[in-house]
Design a protein around this ligand. Structure first.
Ligand SMILES: [Zn+2]
Length: 165
């Protein structure tokens, strides 16, 4: 069953990602009723989890070495916390040069949360025009993330990806 907090599909007593207990029912009470009756606790738990969550993007730096471009270092830079990205598009101020001759760009994300972290690879359609680009992200209430690319003329977006599958 999908965790109602983080969306992780699991069969354990507590969610392996966010530690929310699995909801059980007795006497024919529906799971929707259980959720409704515990709405306040569930919302508090979800807020705390979203506060603990941060999304980072992996950047690669390139330098010229003997007339060849080589990857000199990698760095993770934070796009935002879970609560900043929930239902809100957030864009990094950094400008990136366009990656040429590729139909899509695979972006590596690092998702950090209370007790752990995971990597997620997200594919975004490339922008065809030359120009500097910005990258942004948004998280939906069902705990899916979408990345966007834009330049001063157009924008592209990825599919939605479950943060915790
Ligand atoms: Zn969970």
């Amino acid at each position: 069953m999908k965790c109602i907090i983080c969306g992780k599909d699991h069969n354990m007593d507590t969610c392996p990602v966010c530690k929310f207990p699995r909801l059980n029912t007795m006497g024919g009470v529906s799971i929707e009723d259980v959720i409704e009756q515990n709405r306040e606790q569930i919302d508090t738990f979800r807020n705390r989890f979203l506060d603990s969550l941060s999304v980072y993007i992996k950047l690669f730096y390139w330098e010229e070495n003997n007339e060849q471009l080589v990857n000199s270092k990698c760095e993770y830079i934070k796009i935002g916390a879970g609560n900043e990205l929930l239902n809100k598009e957030k864009w990094l101020d950094n400008l990136f040069s366009r990656i040429q001759e590729t139909k899509s760009i695979d972006v590596s994300l690092l998702i950090q949360y209370e007790d752990g972290e995971k990597e997620l690879s997200v594919s975004i359609p490339n922008i065809e025009q030359v120009g500097l680009q910005q990258i942004g992200a948004v998280i939906y209430p069902d705990m899916e993330i979408k990345l966007m690319l834009r330049n001063d003329q157009i924008s592209k977006e990825s599919e939605k990806y479950l943060l915790f599958q």
